[in-house]
Design a protein around this ligand. Structure first.
Ligand SMILES: [Zn+2]
Length: 99
């Protein structure tokens, strides 16, 4: 059995597919039935995702919202940083640290 699969009965598998997403790509999970077992895994191919486990959909949605907020803040600050930032990395460090 591959480590990136979760063996489950039908009811457990349905619950996992409905309530969880891939911990690596936050993509949907799929159930694969190999009678009498069911396995749950990321829907992406092995080449597209390392499939390290599952997280709840609510956790992924909260993290996505936080990332969106961070991106918005970075976009707001970027013009200021571009305009006033020194070109020399040493000067940037001095500017940040005050020395
Ligand atoms: Zn994935």
């Amino acid at each position: 059995m591959r480590a990136d699969f979760t063996r489950a009965n039908f009811s457990e598998a349905r619950h996992l597919v409905l309530k969880y997403v891939c911990a690596t790509c936050w993509g949907p999970l799929v159930e694969r039935i190999e009678y009498p077992d069911s396995f749950v895994e990321c829907a992406k191919s092995d080449e597209d995702c390392s499939k390290t486990g599952f997280v709840t959909k609510s956790y992924a949605e909260r993290r996505h919202a936080e990332d969106h907020g961070d991106a918005y803040e970075a976009k707001q600050n970027l013009p200021f940083l571009k305009k006033d930032a020194p070109a020399d990395p040493g000067e940037i460090i001095k500017d940040i640290t005050g020395g």
